[in-house]
Design a protein. Sequence first.
Length: 211
Amino acid sequence: MKGKTGTLIVALAVITAGGLLAWANQTQTSVSGAGMPVGVVDLVKIFNEFEQTKALNAELDRYKRRLAEEQQKREEQLSVERDTLQGFAPDSAEYRKRSGQLKKLIIDYQAWLTGEREILKDEHRRWIERTYATITDAIARVARTKGLQLVLTREELETQVDDAANLQKQILNRKVVYYDPALDISDTVLVTLNDVFAKSGGAGSVKLGGQ
């Protein structure tokens, strides 16, 4: 009787172990095989190599140059008015008249400069938001085409930094520490983005400051 009991326990143990092994294999298959297909993208690369970003940067440079030229022109006008004012006696009516005009010019100049800088900042932010929305839409379309259910961002680690705290921050903020290169869809997304951008007017469609 004792021998039969021992045999029964061993048999149950074998059955249980076999069941657990089968369950583990099934679980692994469902996760890695029929589970969630995943892709990765390098958002920094996509932003930098997107033709719309390059066109935006070029337009920003042109806008800043025009702003600097107009600023210099207005400042030279103010300088002339200041020099002219010095030719009148401080207690004369003409001095008071010219002084009032100069103050108005200074106020107009400051208001213009502040307004232009705000316009530039707002326009730049609007284009960044628009670019990001365009990129995420392209990522979604590529992901659906490839049957992906999840796309993660990956960042290259910049090790050439002097500050250890910044390096640690980079490390802690990374979303992906390992991936199979076959999962990277960045190049496909870039092709899609640049094709759409070219068809929508290319660099000519990027304007700043209500131009």
